[in-house]
Design a protein around this ligand. Structure first.
Ligand code: SF4
Ligand code: SF4
Length: 504
């Protein structure tokens, strides 16, 4: 960690540290949505350290400083959330590159900033894990997911024919009975494995085509959740074209969330999301989003970035930020049904340029919410984690027949069915389908400073590109280029809203 060491305490403002309080040890079930199997957060198995005069502390390693503006830097840390430090706080942190007791500090600090401020800052640095007891064993990192998620494939039918869709669009639907059996099975596994929350994703195809089935399944899930004392979260993954006022009002009254896919404005969206006759769907999606907003239902926007729409990202971002919509940016992944659309594939430079242009727009209008969970493809830069997604660990995918799969993008070989006592155990034991291994077991990733935020990318995409699960993502270069820029944006956001955050 480097700072401007030539500055003396009297030359700079008093120490200041800005940070977001961590949401929870699960990847933000109430604030962050993804259209996949969201990653489970990593908890650091460390007893809270009580600052004591006898213990020597040192500054945690694996930190990277990224300059922000004026006297501020954002500090990216391998195991913990990013924090913003001003010069004075950096001077203090740098002092502990050599182990010192907390009382062993230069006399100029309290003279310049006051004894109480220095003391509080040191205690805060210990609390944030920036200063760690010297010589103590490294804390254990453990993934303890509290949410079991299930994808319910309500229908394979869809009124759109998007270029990157991975479905055959068979005319098949999930019956209410099958849906209930899938929900029963999800709760059985949740109880067997001690989960605290069940998350249901009503998906397809276009699930709104079967909206009455969704409301019936919601009633069933809510009854089970109440009975077993588990929390329930539900979201519909929709293309947004079929929303009506009645549907939006029902979603609100039932507490269901809504995710809508929007890939650009006008033609940038229409190039990859269109009806079977080729007509673009932008106008209808826009109407759907505006309808939801008019009823105070805030949809999550899912953006798929390909070579067709990368250039349109800045305008889309402006539109989204003007409406203060939560969003996630994900990269196109090829699949058996999209290979004929070869032009969706992108060059690294092209995607980096599009994302950078989008980041510039975000920088000019930074939203209040933390963007780190959803800014770059499958990475979650807000919560350290060992696995990119929860496939094989805390995720079940039920097809329309009630067969259980590991991932919605690989539904050709079911592992079991909703009749199994505990489908999650069978999914976890499967050695044939996707192997979602820890980032610590992936070549090239083991020594990467970003590993607990990236976790090596989508295992399925890596396997399609390399035939292996134990190697880095094919998007690794893009990730490594963009991650520091995303952390910088987070630092700027913390600064912008500093007055409302915890600060020394
Ligand atoms: S894919 Fe690349 S950026 Fe991600 S953890 Fe592996 S080496 Fe690091
Ligand atoms: S394997 Fe890839 S596509 Fe499947 S849930 Fe995980 S990140 Fe998503």
């Amino acid at each position: 960690m480097q700072a401007d060491d030539n500055l003396l305490p009297f030359d700079v403002d008093a120490p200041r540290i800005l940070y977001d309080l961590p949401h929870s040890n699960d990847a933000g079930p109430t604030t962050d949505q993804c259209d996949c199997a969201c990653a489970a957060g990593l908890s650091i198995g460390q007893q809270p350290v009580v600052p004591s005069p006898d213990i020597a502390f040192s500054c945690a390693t694996n930190n990277q400083l990224i300059p922000l503006k004026a006297q501020y830097h954002v500090l990216f840390r391998q195991n913990s959330n990013s924090i913003v430090l001003n010069h004075a706080a950096l001077i203090m942190a740098n002092h502990f590159h050599q182990p010192h007791q907390l009382a062993d500090i230069p006399s100029t600090w309290p003279e310049a900033w006051g004894h109480k401020v220095v003391q509080n800052t040191l205690e805060q640095m210990v609390g944030l894990g920036l200063l760690v007891p010297h010589g103590f064993p490294k804390p254990m990192l453990t993934e303890t997911p509290i949410t079991l998620s299930a994808w319910l494939h309500i229908t394979d039918r869809c009124n759109l024919r998007c270029a990157y869709c991975y479905l055959p669009h068979n005319r098949v639907d999930m019956s209410i009975e099958t849906g209930r059996a899938a929900i029963d099975a999800t709760f059985r596994s949740a109880l067997a494995h001690g989960y605290q929350q069940v998350k249901l994703k009503y998906a397809g195809g276009e699930p709104i085509l079967r909206f009455s089935v969704i409301t019936a399944l919601h009633d069933h899930a809510q009854t089970l959740a109440n009975h077993y004392g588990l929390a329930l979260e539900e979201i519909i993954l929709s293309n947004g074209t079929l929303l009506t006022s009645k549907i939006v009002k029902t979603l609100q009254s039932l507490g269901l969330r809504l995710m809508i896919s929007l890939d650009g404005l006008e033609d940038f969206h229409d190039r990859q999301r269109y009806y079977p006759n080729g007509r673009g769907s932008f106008a209808d999606v826009k109407r759907g989003i505006e309808l939801a907003l008019a009823h105070n239902l805030m949809p999550d926007i899912s953006i798929t970035v390909s070579s067709r729409n990368a250039e349109g990202l800045p305008k889309l971002m402006e539109w989204i930020l003007e409406r203060d919509l939560p969003f996630s940016l994900n990269f196109y992944r090829d699949n058996d049904f999209s290979v004929t659309h070869n032009d969706l594939k992108f060059e690294e430079e092209q995607i980096i340029a599009g994302m950078r242009a989008a980041f510039k727009v975000i920088e000019a209008d930074l939203p209040r919410r933390n963007l780190l969970p959803s800014l770059i493809d499958r990475a979650n830069l807000a919560t350290p984690h060992l696995h990119t997604c929860s496939v094989g660990h805390s995720y079940l995918v039920f097809d329309h027949l009630g067969q259980v799969h590991k991932c919605q993008m690989q539904m050709s070989k079911p592992v079991t069915t909703a009749k199994a006592d505990d489908p999650l155990s069978l999914i976890a034991a499967d050695k044939i389908g996707i192997q979602n291994i820890s980032v610590d077991e992936k070549e090239d990733c083991r020594d990467c400073v970003w590993k607990y935020w990236c976790a090596g990318g989508c295992p399925l995409a890596t396997y399609r590109a390399t035939g292996r699960y134990d190697v880095k993502s094919p998007y690794c270069n893009i990730y490594k280029t963009l991650y520091p820029e995303a952390v910088r944006l987070e630092g700027l956001r913390l600064l912008k809203y500093a007055d409302e955050k915890t600060a020394v």
